[in-house]
Design a protein around this ligand. Structure first.
Ligand code: TRP
Length: 450
């Protein structure tokens, strides 16, 4: 049977950018930029993404397109069945774990679309906070939203690469850009918005330290979805004429623009009402509802519209990301266990729903789901983001840089010699030496070793 593939270049870019553009762009990047010297951070972030994120991304794309297989199969083929196959299996496992907790937060967004539309968030800061904690600790509501979100992902993935993933990305990504643009304009037109804009764009190099650099690097890897073979699975559906380097640059540009625009959505509104933004779930589900209420207090319906649009934007960003995570598992079961696409997708959906429900229940304080006093939800977030992804990225660089024959990587980089680029030498140098060292530094810094 012929292997599935994407049907168009636009489809390839939008689907892969859809994987990269996710919650990380909205709730982590703006805060990190604001806190670490604004434009100074943005410049460093772009440098990290281009010099280090890009070569890692290209490596995953090379592994996927060369092998024409799911992530585990791809590493195994290239490793000839040796020890490096383990990196692929680890990627598939990481995918399952991320999907579990990502689905929970995605489900929260659905609840908040409803809550904004029904005007439940229009109240005092205390009310908004209680609304969130009551909801988050409710035993069945968030869990059912998480399962619904995984099911939504399921029905897209099960339709296949072109009819499901590509078609959905072509519809959802433009919708995401339009919504983002509208909310950015609304936010920047508020009185006093300039203060937020200048906070984000004023370069303050005095705030740049060693940990700023490592923070920017870590964030760029997370944001570009590097380290678990998501890019590898998607690349196995790329055509022979897709320029991997050029596509990676385009995806990086889209992802970075969305992150910067998210900053332009959050800071002007927050500064206009004098609330200082934070990051993570509390930014999205507690701080921002307050900001919207205050910023649009003169025209409450406008605040409501902006709020609904904001949560729709998050849900879209999360959905395109979850589709790519789901596909990693679906392709794995389909090819490795010779299942139909339908059964493979159901296996992923059921197991990810189970992880999602457990993660969600762990936030209700149920003792059985706390590990050393930490809820399973936070544990999975930490374990995947801070450990499995950097380790996966590191091992991929070492594998591709040192063990995969150079003729394979050159062939993929230059599309079998048809693209005449002098960049291969630089690329392989970065992957062999610079990327592994930098990832190792970020990793050690996170644990306070350096
Ligand atoms: N890039 C995603 C975001 O910005 C999160 C993410 C990290 C991810 N690693 C991934 C998504 C791997 C898919 C696959 O939110």
């Amino acid at each position: 049977m012929e292997r599935a593939s994407f049907g168009s270049k636009v489809g390839i870019i939008l689907a892969t950018a859809g994987s990269a553009v996710g919650l990380g762009n909205v709730w982590r990047f703006p805060y990190m930029a604001g806190d670490n010297g604004g434009a100074a951070f943005i410049i460093i972030y772009i440098a990290c993404a281009l010099l280090l994120g890009l070569p890692c991304m290209i490596s995953e794309l090379i592994i996927g397109r060369h092998s024409q297989a799911n992530t585990a199969g791809a590493y195994r083929k290239l490793a000839g069945g040796g020890i490096w196959s383990g990196v692929g299996y680890m990627g598939v496992l990481t995918g399952f774990l991320i999907t579990g907790y990502y689905a929970v937060v995605s489900g929260w967004c659905l609840q908040y679309i409803y809550a904004s539309a029904a005007n439940h968030l229009n109240g005092t800061p205390e009310l908004i906070k209680t609304y969130f904690t009551d909801f988050e600790t409710n035993p069945w509501k968030p869990a059912s939203w998480a399962v619904s979100f995984v099911l939504l992902t399921h029905f897209i993935v099960v339709r296949g690469v072109q009819k499901g993933i590509e078609k959905a990305s072509k519809l959802m990504m433009p919708a995401l850009f339009v919504i983002l643009l509208v909310v950015v304009v609304a936010s920047c037109m508020l009185p006093g918005a300039e203060k937020g804009i200048s906070f984000l764009f004023n370069p303050d190099f005095s705030k740049v330290t060693g940990s700023t650099l490592l923070g920017a690097l870590g964030q760029s890897f997370y944001s570009l979805s590097i380290g678990m073979g998501c890019l590898c699975t998607y690349a196995s559906y790329f055509g022979r004429d897709t320029d991997l380097g050029k596509s990676a640059v385009q995806i990086t540009i889209i992802d970075t623009c969305v992150a910067i625009m998210a900053g332009l959505m959050i800071f002007p509104a927050a500064f206009s009402v004098g609330i200082s933004p934070d990051s993570g779930p509390s930014l999205v589900f507690i701080t921002l509802p307050n900001v919207f209420n205050h910023a649009f207090s003169a025209v409450p319906w406008a605040g409501q519209v902006v709020s609904v649009m904001f949560y729709m934007l998050l849900a879209l960003a999360a959905l395109t990301t979850l589709i790519s995570l789901h596909e990693v598992g679906t392709a794995f079961f389909q090819e490795e266990f010779h299942k139909s696409r339908n059964s493979a997708a159901w296996i992923v959906t059921l197991s990810c729903s189970a992880i999602g429900v457990l993660c969600s229940l762990s936030l209700t304080g149920y003792d059985g789901l706390q590990v050393f006093g930490t809820p399973l939800f936070d544990l999975l977030d930490f374990f995947t983001g801070q450990i499995l992804l950097p380790v996966g990225g590191f091992l991929t660089c070492i594998f591709l840089g040192w063990f995969v024959p150079k003729n394979i990587s050159r062939e993929q980089f230059t599309n079998w010699g048809t693209i005449h680029t002098g960049l291969y030498g630089i690329y392989i140098f970065l992957v062999r030496f610079v990327c592994p060292v930098c990832i190792a530094l970020v990793f050690l810094n996170q644990f306070g070793v350096i």
